[in-house]
Design a protein around this ligand. Sequence first.
Ligand code: SAM
Length: 201
Amino acid sequence: MESAMQSGGDEDDIICLDESFFINDDYQLTTFKYGDEVLQLFCLQSASTDYDLTGQLVWPGAELLNNYLSNNKQILHGRSIIELGSGVGVTGILCSRFCREIVLTDHNDEVIKVLKKNIDVHSSGTVSHADSFAEKLEWGNNSQLKEILQRHPGGFDLILGADICFQHSSIPLLFDTVVQLLLFKGRGCKFLLAYVSRART
Ligand SMILES: C[S@@+](CC[C@H](N)C(=O)[O-])C[C@H]1O[C@@H](n2cnc3c(N)ncnc32)[C@H](O)[C@@H]1O
């Protein structure tokens, strides 16, 4: 990422700001409840879109999907799952209590740091039973997807996405990745996408 430069009144007066100046990583341990399931994870309470740091907090789409999953746990039992645009990992971590294996993915390095931290916190407890992995995956990036599929050659039974179709330009790439995952597994693979519209009517 490039440093930001600001030119003042004096032409010699150039201020260079490192990217860390813009990044808030003051995460709070926050409690979430979905049906009978209570989980705690590190996240922010408000988002920055400057460097697409939207993944630093939990979005309404995750609340919707997690409530659905906690009421339909049978669809997770014994399954191998991949989540796209995981953010802090609230959906994948809920799934890790019921599924066999979960791969949580995101494209943002800063978001992946807090995602890994949350996975570590939950993997060391007794509630999560699944093998849980964090992977970098930018939608449409075929080499990253290929590496993930090499590490998980059986593919995935379920593809999950919460609040990930808010930016029109990235939707074709998102669906390109989803189609590849569906074709790789063949019959029986499902895609569950949850979104709460923020458009004003
Ligand atoms: C609105 S947040 C939703 C996060 C989480 N799923 C939730 O509902 O709380 C969108 C997430 O998608 C990720 N994302 C956005 N564009 C992406 C892309 N092109 N490839 C991969 N991940 C992307 C962001 O980093 C962010 O974590």
